[in-house]
Design a protein around this ligand. Structure first.
Ligand SMILES: C[S@@+](CC[C@H](N)C(=O)[O-])C[C@H]1O[C@@H](n2cnc3c(N)ncnc32)[C@H](O)[C@@H]1O
Length: 360
């Protein structure tokens, strides 16, 4: 159930990027004219969103070929990537329905579209050289490969006391350490994809960012700030050890557009076609309509609903650090803090959408 809230939220993010993605796919076909087209979704997770994205990409390929060229559709090689711990079996169980629809709506059979699972980190090589034409990744690249090592305890002291991400009260070195780790990871990501992508191939990336240059601005951090407050309120009552909060720093970074642009330009393999920041409300409704309706959910407060979405994303990390016992209480407190925040403001997440082309 909790996972469902995550899927709905991320589905909105995918729909925001839709028109940019369609344009990127069309450009990719015109630029590369593939006979066999390599497509990859990186950080696909195990829910239906991965196949929804792939269906949208195939739709665009299909209409582009039917509208503008006389040649037949290329064979499609679709790779679904995530970390080795991902539940690929759940994803593969959705494939029969995916293939049925593809056959019914587009006349594309098993011999026209080959789907593979690829387990491994996208912060490194995943595919043979020059085999990909179009790469997609949504809601994944804000996860760093690891917590910035510079935040490890120095001379018996934690640098980011009482916080789990960049905060207004964090010393400047905390934001610097996060930025450094993001630059290193994102650059490695681009270098790896540059090897794997054909000349003039395309890539559409979307992930959490911020609209302000200030890394401690509320817009990129406040969901973590409220989580830290919920944890600290439990520490005050002896339910959580304060040292445990001091020692946790989320392996996450929400960059601003300029930081993303700088890394792409410095790495040098890709041309930027589009780089845009979109706002999405913390509790925005599912405009896409996934057919899911939960009357119990409607009775819960907006704060509780947001708490469920955030819980779906961060619970594994928090559970392994603090233990399972505190999770229910933590997210009840978090929901109340979010309700209080909603009473003062209408908070937004920033979603960055970036379309790039591999240089020749
Ligand atoms: C929030 S989910 C996004 C799922 C899907 N792309 C969507 O938009 O609904 C983020 C996914 O990124 C994956 N992920 C995080 N870091 C990764 C890495 N270094 N390599 C591959 N996948 C990664 C996670 O395992 C998780 O499944």
């Amino acid at each position: 159930m909790i996972i469902f809230f995550q899927i709905i939220f991320q589905r909105q993010i995918i729909s925001v990027a839709n028109s940019i993605m369609e344009e990127a796919v069309r450009d990719c076909i015109h630029n590369t004219a593939p006979q066999s087209m390599g497509i990859a979704d990186l950080g696909c997770s195990s829910g239906p969103n991965a196949l929804t994205v792939i269906s949208k990409i195939i739709n665009t390929i299909y209409t582009t070929y039917h509208d503008q060229t006389a040649t037949s559709l290329p064979e499609l090689r679709v790779s679904l990537n995530d970390l080795p711990g991902n539940d690929f079996n759940s994803l593969f169980n959705l494939l029969p329905e995916f293939y049925n629809k593809l056959q019914k709506e587009k006349g594309i059979g098993l011999e026209g579209c080959f789907v593979y699972g690829v387990a491994g980190s996208f912060y490194g090589r995943l595919f043979p050289r020059k085999t990909l034409h179009f790469v997609h990744s949504s809601s994944s690249l804000h996860w760093l490969s690891k917590t910035p090592p510079a935040l490890d305890m120095k001379i018996g002291k934690h640098l980011n006391k009482g916080k789990i991400y960049i905060s207004k009260t964090s010393p400047a070195c905390v934001a610097e350490a996060y930025l450094f780790q993001f630059q290193k990871d994102f650059s490695t990501f681009l270098r790896s994809r540059a090897e794997e992508t054909v000349a003039r191939g395309g890539m559409l990336l979307s992930f959490m960012g911020r609209s302000s240059r200030d890394p401690s601005a509320e817009v990129g951090c406040h969901q973590w700030e409220l989580l830290a407050r919920a944890l600290m309120s439990m520490a005050l009552e002896g339910l959580v050890e304060e040292e445990k909060i001091d020692s946790l720093n989320a392996p996450y970074y929400a960059p601003c557009a300029e930081e993303v642009r700088n890394v792409i330009q410095e790495e040098g393999s890709f041309l930027i076609n589009h780089l845009e920041a979109f706002e999405i409300g913390w509790d925005e409704d599912d405009k896409n309509g996934c057919g899911y309706h939960d009357y119990e959910l409607e009775k819960s407060s907006r704060g509780q609903q947001v708490a469920r979405t955030i819980r779906a994303v961060v619970e594994p990390m928090l559970e392994s650090h603090f233990g399972r016992e505190i999770m229910d209480e933590l997210f009840i407190r978090y929901g109340k803090l979010v309700d209080d925040y909603f009473s003062k403001t209408r908070p937004k997440h920033i979603n960055l959408v970036i379309s790039v082309t591999r240089k020749d």
